[in-house]
Design a protein around this ligand. Structure first.
Ligand SMILES: *[C@@H]1O[C@H](CO)[C@@H](O)[C@H](O)[C@H]1NC(C)=O
Ligand SMILES: *[C@@H]1O[C@H](CO)[C@@H](O)[C@H](O)[C@H]1NC(C)=O
Length: 446
């Protein structure tokens, strides 16, 4: 039986309180108030006045359907179907009597035990207090129907304090490795940037940002909680820590290359001027065009390799009154009167020097080829040194050194006549021979 306990005052309105047993008779078609004939089941069926009567209860009143009638109760009323409640009718019989006794006018009579109600089949059925809203669970609580009663429980994550369900602050229990966010009925663990929640939803594991598309331009290294970008050789990390900017190695030092430095992405390379080739990575080596066959000299010419280029010289360079006696050698016959004041022989030689040599610098050694016993030899520059850039240092009777006395910068060509005068005091005889030396000065210092 349902007992109404007046925790607060409420009005009980009973419009019909007659419990009716359906008749077995086919002819009986009249039902008492609050019931209607169901032709399908051939029984009188309770009318749900709460649904059929518009505005069955007024104002703050709430409608509760009941067998043969309905109840209007304040919304705040507690409807407790509980054995502990005093004043409840003690009914020992678990099964309802065949004929429902008629209670006094205006009162409900329920032959079933508390929490049960008679069904149309002479049995008592459990009342689902939760379903019918006949419970006193707090809004925060969950109502669970039980046979004959119901229970009020708190949802997961809530604890019952007094009659209320209070959210449990799970964050107080240090479930989370990093940070914890409490929420009603639950909580969530959060991880610091660079970490993600592990499968257990509590601990945090490092995120490999490198696998997740970290914005490193070149190399990415994952570290605990973050990542760092690095650059390949020849690049440096930009201000943003992600980009890699090419290093201009050429700007670092002018000694990287012998001639010219060329910056390229990630590295640098040395280039050489025309007529040179790279030797290793930074040095320039003269190309010997005479050996590589790239020269344009004719058959009547001799190719002379010089620094950065080559020269084609005529095989026959003997000029009147000289006559050619061998390659590079001209002789002035004594029979010719013009030869009396001239060196007896001229030998052609070629040499090449680089620009900007340190001075003084020995550049060519002259050696007498024919030596007469007792003769005394002296050497001098006969012509070609108008600016005084050379001098001769005598080594001994038969040899001397041509010395560059001033720095010279090419491209330039000197033609020096170096004369050796031989004096034989015993025979009162003097003779001279010349070495015609072409000195090519290259454009570069290498
Ligand atoms: C972790 O949380 C997710 C999403 O809320 C859930 O699907 C999963 O079952 C949880 N895992 C554990 C171990 O609690
Ligand atoms: C070198 O000159 C000296 C005189 O100064 C002479 O005595 C000597 O014979 C000469 N030697 C040669 C190899 O000409």
């Amino acid at each position: 039986m349902m007992k109404l306990v007046s925790c607060v005052l409420f009005t009980l309105a009973v419009h019909a309180a007659i419990s009716q047993e359906a008749s077995e008779s086919d002819t009986y078609t009249e039902c008492t108030d609050g019931y209607q004939w169901d032709s399908q089941t051939q029984h009188c069926k309770d009318i749900n006045e709460c649904e059929t009567i518009p505005g069955a209860c007024k104002g703050e009143m709430k409608c509760f359907n009941h067998y043969g009638g309905y109840l209007c109760l304040p919304r705040s009323a507690s409807v407790i179907a509980n054995n502990e409640v005093s004043g409840g009718a003690e009914i020992d019989s678990p099964s309802p009597p065949q004929t429902p006794p008629q209670g006094p006018e205006g009162e409900l009579y329920n032959p079933c035990p508390q929490g049960y109600e008679p069904s149309q089949r002479d049995t008592c059925l459990d009342i689902d207090e939760c379903e019918r809203d006949l419970h006193d669970c707090q809004p925060s609580q969950q109502c669970t129907n039980t046979p004959g009663s119901f229970t009020c429980t708190c949802p997961d994550g809530y604890r019952k304090i007094g009659s209320e369900c209070i959210d449990i602050d799970e964050c107080r229990y240090r479930y989370c490795q990093h940070s914890c966010v409490n929420s009603p009925g639950s909580f969530a663990c959060q991880c610091e940037p660079g970490f993600q929640l592990a499968g257990n939803n509590r601990s945090c594991v490092d995120v490999n940002e490198c696998d997740m598309g970290a914005p490193c331009q070149q190399r990415c290294y994952n570290t605990y909680g973050t990542f760092i970008c690095r650059c390949d050789q020849g690049y440096e990390l930009g201000q943003d820590g992600f980009a890699c900017n090419d290093i201009d190695e050429c700007s670092y030092s002018s000694y990287l290359c012998q001639y010219q430095c060329q910056n390229v992405p990630g590295r640098f390379s040395c280039v050489c001027p025309e007529g040179y080739q790279l030797l290793g990575t930074r040095l320039c080596q003269d190309i010997n065009e005479c050996e590589t066959g790239t020269h344009q000299c004719t058959d009547s010419q001799t190719c002379v390799n010089i620094h950065g280029a080559y020269q084609c010289v005529e095989n026959d360079r003997c000029q009147e009154p000289y006559v050619k006696v061998a390659d590079n050698r001209c002789v002035c016959p004594v029979t010719k009167p013009a030869c009396r004041e001239l060196p007896f022989s001229i030998v052609h030689r070629y040499m090449s020097i680089t620009s900007d040599r340190t001075v003084p610098s020995d550049i060519f050694q002259i050696q007498a080829t024919s030596v007469y016993p007792g003769a005394y030899n002296t050497f001098r520059i006969r012509s070609g040194d108008e600016e005084g850039e050379f001098y001769i240092r005598q080594i001994n009777n038969i040899s001397a050194m041509l010395v560059l006395s001033r720095p010279v910068t090419g491209p330039k060509e000197y033609v020096l006549d170096l004369e050796m005068v031989s004096v034989n005091p015993l025979m009162s005889y003097q003779t001279s021979s010349a070495l015609r030396l072409s000195v090519y000065v290259g454009q570069h210092s290498f």
